[in-house]
Design a protein. Structure first.
Length: 333
């Protein structure tokens, strides 16, 4: 589970967003049971397979959760080379990089430190950096991707003349306060839309959007109010995604969610995800309202983008399921 529950928004906010885009056709609550009527066709019934592929969110249902460097404002002012060094990471980092690095750690059992060092070397991000000095502690949350990114940040800061270290931190409530204070950590690899919504703090409104530039514009005044500065967002995103097996994608002939909606009008789709999915605007209601998708059933699992949901897709229990866009399982061919 990722720190701060980044992907399925709190229910109070979810209710507002769902009301804004219409009522969902599902009343299911998951828990491993199935909801809805039996499939009326077979075109998009589940197809088992080992390889998972994420379908492109071509109508931008999800908010822009790009990786973005967060830095204590006093540290950034005292060390002008700090933020540009982290922006060099953003300029090179892709979602495909995240997938491959997560797979290297989670599936191949390499160390996060070694994977981070290899990425830094392969991408040449330390060339021509403005030089700084002094200690910088980079925070990393207790999940694979955050640890990898924290080590990448630290390696690049070392190359820029800083004495960088990595510290594992707790949830967003704790580490953002530590970053604002600046005494324990001075930099952190954040996620654009999630940190924007967290700092804005009002669950009845959504100020982030699917557009990274617009979300960054909403974030910057919130950051200034809290003694933070943010660098440039990377192309890399870690957000909700919906995966099928490669065998399903090949059989139905789809690579995007729009193509899925066009191909799967016979009522045979089975959706899998966390038990809250039928109530959350970026899960089942969003798929129905944004793409016009219809589901014969929803099957709930006790994780968010985790092994239970992924296994259900691979074993042919569901046609499509909620994963994370940078999940290492998406790299397996």
């Amino acid at each position: 589970m990722r720190a701060g529950s980044r992907f399925l928004l709190p229910l109070a906010l979810a209710a507002v967003l769902t009301a804004a885009c219409g009522e969902s056709g599902s009343s299911g609550t998951g828990g491993g049971d199935t909801q809805g009527s039996a499939a009326s066709g077979e075109t998009c019934a589940p197809v088992a397979g080992d390889r998972l592929v994420a379908l492109e969110d071509d109508r931008n249902l999800q908010l822009a959760d790009n990786v973005v460097p967060a830095v204590n404002a006093r540290a950034a002012q005292a060390q002008p080379a700090l933020l540009p060094a982290l922006d060099a990471v953003s300029a090179a980092l892709t979602t495909e990089d995240l997938v491959e690095m997560n797979a290297a750690v989670d599936l191949e059992r390499q160390s996060a430190e070694d994977v981070a060092a290899a990425w830094v070397e392969e991408n040449g991000v330390t060339e021509g950096l403005e030089q700084g000095s002094g200690p910088v502690a980079v925070g990393g949350a207790a999940f694979t991707e955050s640890t990898i990114l924290a080590n990448i940040y630290a390696d690049v800061l070392d190359a820029a003349g800083f004495d960088a270290s990595v510290r594992e931190v707790g949830n967003r409530e704790l580490y953002l306060q530590a970053l604002i204070d600046g005494s324990e950590i001075q930099a952190f690899p954040e996620y654009l839309a999630t940190v924007t919504e967290f700092l804005e703090g009002d669950e009845s409104t959504v100020v982030a959007s699917p557009d990274a530039d617009e979300t960054l514009q909403a974030l910057r005044p919130l950051a200034e109010q809290n003694g933070l500065v943010f660098g440039e967002p990377a192309e890399a995103v870690d957000q909700n995604a919906f995966a099928v097996t490669q065998e399903f994608a090949d059989q139905v002939g789809v690579s995007t969610l729009s193509e899925l909606a066009e191909a799967c009008g016979d009522g045979s789709l089975v959706l899998g995800g966390p038990v809250e999915c039928p109530e959350r605007p970026f899960c089942q209601p969003g798929l129905e309202e944004t793409y016009g998708l219809e589901f014969a059933e929803f099957r709930g699992y006790g994780d968010t983008g985790g092994p239970l949901t992924k296994a259900a897709i691979q074993q042919g229990e569901v046609s499509i399921g909620l994963v994370f866009s940078s999940d290492g399982a998406l790299a397996r061919g």
